[in-house]
Design a protein around this ligand. Sequence first.
Ligand SMILES: Nc1ncnc2c1ncn2[C@@H]1O[C@H](COP(=O)(O)OP(=O)(O)OP(=O)(O)O)[C@@H](O)[C@H]1O
Ligand SMILES: [Mg+2]
Length: 199
Amino acid sequence: MNEKLERLLSYEPTPYVIRLPARFRECSFNNFDWANQNPKTWETILDFVEDRLVDANGMPKGLYFYGPFGVGKSHLLSSLYRVMVHKFGEVCEMEYISFADLISEIKARFGPNGNASEFEIEMKEKDYLFLDDITAIRLTDYAAEVFDRFVQYRYDHGKRMLITAQSPLSKLSVDDHARSRLFEMCVLLEIKGQDKRLG
Ligand SMILES: Nc1ncnc2c1ncn2[C@@H]1O[C@H](COP(=O)(O)OP(=O)(O)OP(=O)(O)O)[C@@H](O)[C@H]1O
Ligand SMILES: [Mg+2]
């Protein structure tokens, strides 16, 4: 096996039950079939886990996984989350949430006088934010606005975003303001393969 992939697989996921959708609770790099993936994918994830993924200015970079339905993007994101919780969970704040849930929670908890809720502030400030399936809901004006606020805040504060989407970033239906920042904030990784749900 490739040496870097082997090293990535040696990172243990947290043994604890953490807040993750039931479907992804047991996902790990070890039960992911890497056969279709480009070595750049595991090399970049390894750099991320080992805290080496920074841009030319030394700002930490996140990851943007994209590819068609059912190829394992959420599997990889949740596997990475479990490893990160194990490695840094005691010293860093991190959260895994689907974009659809983030939007509905923010809508439900919007504070009085239109102020951002505690929940929104808390989510914005997480050291690591794992945002699953950004294209699952149509980016309405409202969702696009919330997303833009998150990207802006996290860009300004050098906080990592980890995102999965079906579309490449160039085609994601977000404001160009957010897109431009995300290009700088994330390494883009194309996940390849067939839809595993179709067998
Ligand atoms: N390469 C893979 N190795 C092992 N299991 C996989 C792989 N790809 C997908 N799966 C499994 O197939 C199912 C679908 O994968 P997943 O939900 O990660 O797809 P996705 O790329 O996030 O799709 P979508 O864009 O529809 O959200 C999951 O149960 C996942 O564990
Ligand atoms: Mg998914």
